[in-house]
Design a protein around this ligand. Structure first.
Ligand code: ADP
Length: 230
């Protein structure tokens, strides 16, 4: 599903943000991408969406070779991935239903399909009764669940969450993790970038730890530990 072989990314200013990174993530996995601020997590996510191009190496996502993808396929590629950010990024003047529906409108889905699918994803994230509410009328945890519903509405194969619990208190974080696990249980591959140690340690999922652009460990059911276990 996601395959990186010796991927490096050097920014124009000369900074090497990823240094020979290799990893294989299978369909249906749940993976934590960890590391301190500056470790290279966001850079890796930008490469997965092809917002940035790797400087060298091989990068295949969803059977697409991102090192030489055509413009036409790039749009398709991005639509086949869902993303959630720390700061939700909802449209303040649209209600919950319309925030989620909007993601289907831009892909030119039919009205009938939108009317059927949006309630389905709102139910999945536990917000069936909030469709009419505006983002400002929701808690942070609820807003983030709207963002997840929006990311999922077009049925992506991969959901990427970039520090999704960064603005949430422990209870809302726990609820959000339950939603992400439910989504993963239904078959969506989930990659979550975070430095929330407590969450990572509680979940017993695969951990890929980055430090200064390198993978320092990659463990099934790993916890969050600073130094590689040698
Ligand atoms: P993280 O998401 O783990 O905090 P980033 O991927 O944002 O890490 O950053 C990795 C390194 O690359 C940092 O040292 C950062 O300063 C640098 N970096 C990120 N984006 C750019 C950019 N557009 N140009 C130059 N350097 C960048």
């Amino acid at each position: 599903m996601i395959s990186l072989l010796d991927v490096s990314k050097r920014y124009k200013n000369g900074h090497l943000a990823l240094d020979n990174v290799s990893m294989e993530i299978e369909a249906g996995e749940f993976v934590f991408l960890c590391g301190q601020s500056g470790a290279g997590k966001s850079t890796l996510i930008r490469l997965l969406f092809r917002e940035e191009v790797a400087t060298s190496g091989q990068l295949i996502v969803n059977n697409r070779n991102l090192m030489r993808i055509k413009r036409r396929d790039l749009l398709k590629h991005r639509r086949e991935m869902g993303i959630v950010f720390q700061d939700y990024r909802l449209l303040p003047k649209k209600n919950v239903f319309d925030n989620v529906a909007y993601a289907m409108q831009v892909t030119e889905s039919r009205k009938r399909e939108i009317a059927r699918r949006v309630p389905e994803v709102l139910e999945l994230v536990g917000l069936s009764d909030k469709g009419e509410n505006f983002p400002s009328q929701l808690s942070g945890g609820e807003q983030q669940r709207v963002a997840i519903a929006r990311a999922l509405v077009n049925r992506p194969a991969i959901l990427v969450a970039d520090e999704p619990t960064g603005n949430l208190d422990p209870q809302n974080s726990d609820e959000l993790m339950e939603v992400l696990i439910r989504i993963n249980d239904r078959g969506t591959t989930v990659v979550m970038a975070t430095h929330a140690k407590d969450i990572v340690n509680a979940m017993k999922k695969r951990v890929i730890m980055l430090d200064h652009g390198k993978v320092v460990y990659d463990e099934k059911e790993g916890g969050y530990h600073e130094a590689p276990l040698l």
